[in-house]
Design a protein. Sequence first.
Length: 748
Amino acid sequence: MPPLDTAKPGIPPGATARATGQPLDRIDGPDKVTGRAVYAGDIAEKGLLYGMVVNATIPRGRIVALDIAPALRIPGVVEVFSHLNRPDLAWFNSAYEDDDAPPGTHFRPLYDDRVHWSGQPIALVVAEDFETARHAAGMIGVTYESEPHEADLYRAAGNAHVPRQRSSINPSSRGRADLAMAEAALRVEGDYTFGYQFHNPMEMHASTVLWRDGALEIWDKTQSVVNSRDYVCRIFGLKPDQVRVRSPYVGGAFGSGLRPQYQLFMAVMAAQVLGRSVRVVLSREQMFTFGYRPLALQQIALGADANGHLTAIRHDAVQNTSRLEEYQENIVPWSGLIYQCPNVTMKYRLAELDLYTPLDTRAPGAATGVNAFEQAIDAMAHEAGIDPLEFRLINYAERDQTTGMAFTSKQLRACYATAAERFGWSARKPLPRSMREGRELIGWGVATGVWEAMQMNCSARAVMGPEGLMVELAASDIGTGTYTILAQIAAETMGVDPSEVDVRIADSDLPKAPLQGGSAGAATFGSAVKAACETLRETLSRLAVALPQSPLAGKGNVPLQFEGGTIRAEDGSAELPLADLIATCGAQEARADTGPSTASQMRYSRYSHSAVMAEVRVDEELGQIRVTRVVGAVAAGRILNPKTAASQVSGGIVWGIGKALHEEGLLDERLGRFMNHNFAEYHIPVNADIPEIDVIFVPEEDPEVNALGIKGVGEIGVVGTAAAIANAVFHATGRRVGSLPITPDKLL
Ligand code: MOS
């Protein structure tokens, strides 16, 4: 059942000339909505074994005894793996870092009897069918020897330390924030506490490992097939040509697939030992047993003069990491970047808890830091008696305030103006509790969003053959629209229709591509595809003028255009269909390796920006909050596909609503365990929670950021949204709730 062979309809023909910028439907959309898309946990094979993971139920200690006999007696159970019988693996003798590993000692599943967190995988039951494996996993008896643990960040924060490894986490101070704060005409200070969040993609983590006489064909849920392949090779001592990882469809990831998860290890281990194909799928509950967005305790103080100019910023943050690794994120640097202010002090610290290591979660750092800072800015605007939008314009920064460098582009002013117009901001009554309808208080809030515009090294191949144009690279499409925008970029570069481009990705045998993360996918993969197509165009041009029978023969001096499936002399004197050229000279291919332009990187700061406005209605008696309108105006360079890009941003805004009002992993500190590991108790916004979301892209020309002039759109939507909602709640109620999510109890 090769899922990659399914037809990929969806792009209407006839949009060739400027294929990018068109709101084309997703290439992979019909496959996904008709069920033709085959995910990592769907791959079927005769004789496939099923593994079910057993997780630890104590946060710290050791396993004294494992009673596996009752499980082994169940018909259909093939084996139970644990630290007692795991194979001797290459990884266990050497250091290994996956592509998203923080510094530290990385977790080694089934390494020994140690338990590092509640939920740690400690055994794998393998059976002939899934139900038997699941049943037998419940029969495993574990005797623990518990040790004292710490899972309370409020307590551990006293011992927090400044992480050493990355200086960008803690940018240096400027001016004298303490003096300026003491002298400031206006001061606000607040605590901002944002709870644990989990990724919760629709598709659960899964790995199907097909055993091929020692070689492995792996279908994995991942944001990088290369990362998964390298992990498997290193741990199991295999060579890259023995391991092929594919992931053609990913049902959401949000960062959860940036690191290989434990089901991959388990499935490969079982396949290697048993010499059989094995699938391991995590349950929804188990999706709460690995990476998450960490808890953050933040304190922000601002000083301003009587006219509302910021004079001092202080931003302190403490987050948790595990005892294994030093996970860290950029929480505080944004506070020194966004607005003009001469005196800034920022400090970020980590405290170790007996939990698993946190993991990048959509807009890691900014979703925490910016959403707190933008609430503080709102508090200061209120203190100054200035409209919160006006306050942001008064303090607008034309240059990066941290480095002093210019931005490659920054159309944030236009974002504010566009959002304000669309939202009708001018009708806002300034005082809290001044807008009301029936028993509902109405509030309008605004916030700024910002995210880095990154690009990573990447390779791609382009082939023009009898079947048409094919581009390929090992990139992932985690649901973002990567297939579609790559078809658009390739089509535009080669002058063919997007529907004629065969995009092959998510296969580790293809040219190397990095993680899909950091909102860098479009710039990273797109630049490589564009460069490969440009090189291919040069090859085809050379052939077209060199072939004796070609209508373009000898036209070496005339500029050539690729358009409508032909190569044309710009002066209109002759043209050659690409199909004819290929029929004569056979398939032609080109390869490119691209990376960020270091010259531009040194001279400029690169960020996308947004203005988010939200309306809430608060039931005064019940404390219930409804978000009734959100407008997000985004400046992210040129937009390759307004449809898929808007979908990314509105998805981010949904996350923002969840962050503001609903989503929180509730840890029982006494047990060191997350208690609400299901959709009933960890509430992700559903349709009833989500109002009309209006996403607008503000035109932004950016010739510097990369060859395509694009910035990422995957994460910017979540940045600022929770703050806009919290600010709207303040406007509605006069209550500043710095602790997210704002559940009804916090308003009553
Ligand atoms: Mo994103 S948190 O870089 O997948």
